[in-house]
Design a protein around this ligand. Structure first.
Ligand code: NDP
Length: 335
C-alpha cells in the first residue's frame, strides 16, 4: 500500500494541484479544510476515495491539528500549505503574521506530539522569505537568502506583512526542528509568484486567488489603459506541485530550501504581450513600450535557483505556456 499524505489548506490553488498529483501517483490524501461544505465540494470534484478531509477551521488556534492527526495514524508525510495569501487587511499582525507563524508552529507541534510516525514534513514557504537583496540589481538571490524585516516593519502594510509572514513562519519551522529534534526531517518549498491553470476548469471564473489574479486582472484592460506595473519571480503551479512531491520523495531534499523559480522575472508588460499575441479575443489589450519589460525587471535583483533545479531535475514550464494555459481556461468559462 502506498503512503498517506496530509495536506493542510487542501482547498487552496496550489494544494489542489498537489493533491491531484499525489492521487495520480497512487498516494492517499487527508486534507485539512476550513469547513465540511468546502471538504465535501472538493471531494466531489476529485471523484476519488483516495481523498478524505478533516475540518480545521483556523490553523492559528492552539492545538488546531491535534485531533486531525490523532484520527489518522496512517499519515507518514505532512505538507503544510495553509497560510493566508491576500492583501485585504489593515491589521497585518492579526490577519497575516499570526496565522502564518502560529499555523506553522501548531502543525509541527501536532506532528511531534501526536504523529511521531511522520518522517517527512514539507512547509510551503515562498520566495518572499528570500527577499534579502530584492531591490538591489547587483544582488543575486539564492537558496541561502533570507528576508530581514522586523515584526514592527512587517506591520506597515499588507504587502510587506505578507512577505514577512512567510519569512517568520519559515524561520519558526527551522527553529522548531533545531530545538525539538523531532522524528521528521524538514524541507521548504519557496516558489515565486505562481501562475498556471486551476485544477478544475470551473474554478477559473470571477476573482481568482491572489497570484492568478495578476494575469486575470490584465484581461479587462482597454487599448488606451496604462498597464499596471508589476514584476516578480514566477513559476507554474504544476511545477510547484511536482516540487512538493520531490520535496518528500527524495532524500536529497532533506534540510533544504527549494527555490522554485524561473531565472527570468515576469512583468505585467510581458504577460500582456503574450496574451495579445496569442489570443484574437485580446488583440485590443494595450501595447507596451518595447523596453518596458526589461527596464522594469532590471531594477530588481537576479535570481539563481540552480542548486534547486539540480536536485529536482525537471524542466520547468515556460512563461508563454503558463500564461496561455491560464488564459485559455479563463476564456473557456467565459464562452
Ligand atoms: P490560496 O489562498 O489559494 O490557499 C491558501 C489556503 O490556506 C486555503 O485553503 C485557505 O483556506 C487556507 N488558509 C488560509 N488561512 C487559513 C487559516 N487561518 N486557517 C485555515 N486555513 C487557512 O493560496 P495559494 O494556493 O496561492 O498559496 C498556498 C501556499 O503557497 C501559501 O502558504 C502561500 O503563502 C504559498 N505561496 C503562494 C504563492 C503564489 O503565488 N500563489 C507563491 C509562494 C508561496 P480558505 O480558502 O478556506 O480560506
Amino acid at each position: 500500500m502506498s503512503a498517506t499524505i496530509f495536506v493542510s489548506g487542501a482547498t487552496g490553488f496550489i494544494a489542489q494541484h498537489i493533491i491531484k498529483q499525489l492521487i495520480d501517483n497512487n498516494y492517499s490524501v487527508v486534507g485539512s479544510v476550513r469547513s465540511a461544505s468546502k471538504g465535501d465540494q472538493l471531494k466531489e470534484s476529485l471523484k476519488t476515495d483516495k481523498f478524505s478531509y478533516e475540518v480545521v477551521p483556523d490553523i492559528q488556534k492552539e492545538g488546531a491539528f491535534d485531533e486531525a492527526l490523532k484520527k489518522h495514524p496512517e499519515v507518514t508525510v505532512f505538507l503544510h500549505t495553509a497560510s493566508p495569501f491576500h492583501f485585504n487587511t489593515t491589521d497585518v499582525e492579526k490577519d497575516l503574521l499570526l496565522p502564518a507563524v502560529n499555523g506553522t508552529k501548531n502543525a509541527l507541534k501536532a506532528i511531534n506530539d501526536h504523529a511521531t510516525q511522520v518522517k517527512r514534513v514539507v512547509v510551503t514557504s515562498s520566495y518572499a522569505a528570500m527577499f534579502e537583496g530584492e531591490f538591489d540589481p547587483t544582488y543575486t538571490a539564492t537558496e541561502e537568502s533570507w528576508t530581514k524585516l522586523t515584526w514592527e516593519q512587517a506591520k506597515e502594510n499588507a504587502e510587506i506583512g505578507y512577505v514577512a509572514s512567510k519569512a517568520f513562519a519559515e524561520k519558526a519551522a527551522w527553529d522548531f526542528v533545531e530545538e525539538e529534534k523531532p522524528n521528521f526531517s524538514l524541507t521548504t518549498v519557496n516558489p515565486g509568484y505562481v501562475f498556471g491553470p486551476q485544477v478544475f476548469d470551473t474554478a477559473a471564473a470571477g476573482t481568482l486567488n491572489t497570484s492568478s489574479e495578476i494575469i486575470n486582472s490584465l484581461l479587462s484592460l482597454g487599448p488606451k489603459d496604462e498597464i499596471p506595473v508589476m514584476q516578480g519571480t514566477w513559476i507554474d503551479v504544476r511545477d510547484v506541485a511536482k516540487g512538493h512531491l520531490a520535496a518528500f520523495e527524495s532524500d536529497e531534499t532533506i534540510g533544504k530550501r527549494l527555490l522554485l523559480s524561473d531565472e527570468e522575472r515576469f512583468s505585467t508588460f510581458k504577460i500582456t504581450e503574450i496574451v495579445r499575441d496569442y489570443f484574437s479575443e485580446y488583440k485590443d489589450l494595450p501595447v507596451a513600450d518595447k523596453k518596458a519589460h526589461q527596464e522594469t525587471v532590471n531594477k530588481f535583483c537576479k535570481v539563481d535557483p540552480s542548486k534547486t533545479w539540480k536536485v529536482l531535475q525537471f524542466e520547468p514550464i515556460d512563461i508563454e505556456t503558463s500564461v496561455i494555459d491560464s488564459v485559455s481556461q479563463i476564456l473557456k468559462n467565459k464562452k
